[in-house]
Write a protein that binds this ligand. Structure first.
Ligand code: PMP
Length: 285
């Protein structure tokens, strides 16, 4: 069955969901996006995603396509039309259509497109075995706090991981891990502290990161928001990643080095379980 897509106010069949060749998202990656999780047919932490979207737009002086209320209305209708129970809702805003010119056009109207993907997120087999990652140089631009669709460097990183027969890559800059290709990266130290890089322009401020660090602190964990090296990661008790689509996912091997006994560790497992329970209980975490 064909999915229904949302394109600038219209709900249309996938084959009719098209945008102009002159859309600046296509020509300049002049577009930002958000991916919200859907569990039990409901959006998880969507307010926080819309807040980050507003920030990305503002950092790029891009006009919002409409109010947050209208976006939410369209999101809910799209979920309903596609009967999504578990999966993802992708949302993208581009600066719009204008003849090709590097400077921002004065009269372009930003465009909003959305689609859904049904996906098993809770019962992921990877959560049982844990992920293997490799380290790669971070080739991205310097404003990774803005969630733009300029994703070629992470895409190259993910392909390097696939070519190496592993699940993902952790990017390294100046000897320090920034983040995974599409997720935030963490280690658990010998004294059970959770360590992840501090926020800044070098990484994306993950919505899942925010939720996980908040309840980890409440549960009594010490959280160190400090960068770490790949060598530190290889010697860690455990490691994991977070993102809207993976929640908390254990990492059990880095550059061929097994962490601990090579199985998902207790902290990662507990955080994953708590995140899923909280997400199912309160949709806006
Ligand atoms: N870092 C990067 C580079 C990402 O692409 C993502 C996924 N959007 C994340 C972190 C995790 O963010 P979130 O928890 O909001 O999905």
């Amino acid at each position: 069955m064909s999915r229904t897509f949302y394109v600038n106010g219209e709900f249309v069949a996938e084959e009719n969901a098209t945008i102009s060749v002159l859309d600046r998202g296509f020509l300049f990656a002049d577009a930002v996006y958000e991916v919200s999780t859907v569990l039990d047919g409901k959006l998880i932490d969507n307010k926080a995603h819309l807040k980050r979207l507003a920030r990305s737009l503002s950092e790029l002086s891009m006009a919002p396509p409409c109010s947050d209320e209208k976006i939410l209305e369209a999101q809910l209708k799209l979920l309903d039309l596609n009967s999504v129970s578990e999966g993802l809702l992708y949302l993208q805003v581009s600066r719009g259509v204008a003849d090709r010119d590097f400077a921002y056009p004065k009269d372009a109207r930003s465009s909003l497109v959305m689609f859904t993907q049904e996906k098993n997120l809770i019962n992921s087999p990877l959560a049982e075995t844990g992920m293997h990652v490799i380290s790669i140089p971070d080739l991205r631009w310097k404003r990774r706090d803005i969630k733009t669709v300029g994703l070629l460097a992470p895409s190259m990183g993910k392909q390097a991981a696939v070519d190496a027969g592993v699940h993902d890559a952790w990017m390294v800059e100046d000897g320090l891990v920034t983040e995974g290709t599409s997720n935030n990266a963490y280690i658990v130290t010998a004294d059970k502290k959770i360590q992840t890089r501090h926020l800044g322009t070098e990484i994306l401020s993950g919505i899942t990161r925010q939720a996980v660090l908040s309840f980890a602190r409440k549960a009594g964990y010490t959280v160190l928001e400090e960068p770490f090296t790949i060598e530190q990661a290889k010697q860690a008790q455990e490691a994991f990643i977070t993102s809207a689509s993976t929640f908390v996912m254990p990492v059990v091997n880095i550059d061929g080095v097994a962490l601990g006994d090579g199985n998902p560790g207790p902290v990662s497992k507990e955080l994953r379980k708590t995140y899923i329970e909280m997400a199912l209980a309160h949709q806006d975490l």
